[in-house]
Design a protein around this ligand. Structure first.
Ligand SMILES: [Zn+2]
Length: 392
């Protein structure tokens, strides 16, 4: 058994309720943390630190749990930089560009898709993301959805079948047939590689009846539910997710009081994706309203080539604080423990004995700097499963 001591931690964010100060972050000061076989096994005053095979000196910096990015679309080909430029020049976002990426993805080889996921996964890791969810959704044929998930599963346990991203062009005049295929042969081919099922429940994508049918089919074969909901306008997606016991409803940009009430009385997490509002120049979700109602909030990147091409959780934290009136502590919690809640995982997003040793050492004395110093590469070192990750 090899051991590694992270010593001289000035500020440790544990996210463990009742530990230390700074709720909800459970901040402890002047501590050390011991890692054995990929797990945290001890946290305590630096002066009491046990001997270890190796030592990392944090030099008084802040140490946080690794980010848990619970919403990412990494299996795709091509880019949509020109669409982004046109949007910044005034064209509205409708979601129609998804079909552009579908065409490029179908034409790509497995190795091309795998290389893109590997590149983006590494990019996210350098920015502190130690756990990530990856969706399919740019194949939209039985074979292309199955291979997207097979490739995604090489990089994460949290794979999500999103065959119901949009109705592909070849089914445009017969969406019922497409839903039947998603629930039938596509789900059968995808399910062995998927933990979750997701639907884009939105005007122009899937209506509530189609969304309910697809999610129910996924649940019937043991997949957990997530929903893209209420991004572009008000709608039934959030309440459908709560009704079905979804782990998370994602976007939540346009909510009614009934939506907020439903979330507040449920275990469903509201995952906010401010990179999408930034990149589509849209109004941000009202995080303050959700938090004040007692809803569990997560932050994630929505990394995708159309509406949010960022893998940076620190960027999302900065947006959440500046534009959505979350406190820095709420935003950091939402990007770590909140993401873990959205994936129903208790092994990541917190630092306590027994947790996976996923953490980051900042080039800063406090978690506050993640929002205070936007756009600055503040992640000095990342440990994933207790293993230090190389900087490029
Ligand atoms: Zn998404």
């Amino acid at each position: 058994m090899s051991s590694l001591l992270v010593d001289d931690i000035g500020e440790l964010v544990t996210n463990s309720a009742g530990e230390g100060a700074g709720e909800p972050l459970g901040i402890r000061r002047d501590v050390a943390l011991l890692v054995e076989d990929g797990r945290v096994t001890w946290i305590g005053p630096a002066r009491d630190a046990p001997a270890a095979d190796r030592r990392i000196d944090a030099q008084g910096a802040a140490v946080l749990p690794g980010f848990v990015d619970s919403h990412a679309h990494l299996v795709f080909a091509g880019d949509r930089a020109a669409e982004f430029a046109a949007r910044m020049a005034g064209e509205p976002y409708t979601g129609g560009g998804i079909r552009t990426t579908v065409g490029a993805t179908r034409a790509a080889s497995d190795d091309e898709l795998r290389a893109t996921v590997r590149r983006l996964r590494a990019e996210a890791m350098r920015q502190g993301t130690t756990a990530i969810e990856i969706k399919s959704g740019y194949g939209l044929t039985v074979a292309d959805e199955a291979r997207s998930l097979r490739i995604a599963a090489e990089f994460t346990d949290d794979t999500t079948f999103l065959g119901a991203h949009v109705v592909p062009a070849e089914y445009a005049d017969r969406p019922d047939d497409y839903v039947g295929m998603v629930c039938g042969p596509m789900l059968a081919a995808a399910a062995p590689y998927a933990r979750w099922i997701d639907v884009f429940c939105e005007r122009g994508a899937f209506d509530v009846d189609h969304a309910r049918a697809i999610l129910a089919c996924g649940q019937a074969v043991g997949l957990g539910v997530r929903v893209h909901a209420n991004q572009l306008g008000p709608g039934p997606g959030v309440r459908l997710g709560v009704e079905l016991g979804a782990a998370s409803v994602d976007h939540c940009t346009h909510l009614t009081d009934a939506d907020v009430d439903a979330l507040a009385g449920s275990p469903t997490v509201a995952t906010l994706l401010p990179g999408a509002e930034f990149s589509t120049r849209s109004p941000y979700p009202d995080a303050r309203r959700l938090l004040d109602a007692g809803v569990t909030v997560a932050l994630a990147t929505d990394c995708n080539p159309g509406s949010s091409y960022t893998s940076s959780m620190p960027f999302c934290i900065a947006l959440a604080v500046r534009e959505m009136r979350m406190t820095p502590a709420e935003a950091v919690w939402a990007a770590t423990a909140g993401g873990a809640a959205a994936l129903r995982r208790d092994d990541v997003g917190r630092l306590r004995p027994g947790a996976r040793a996923d953490l980051m050492i900042l080039d800063a004395p406090s978690h506050l700097h993640l929002a205070y110093r936007p756009g600055v590469p503040l992640i000095r070192q990342v440990l994933h499963n207790g293993v230090p990750q190389c900087r490029p």
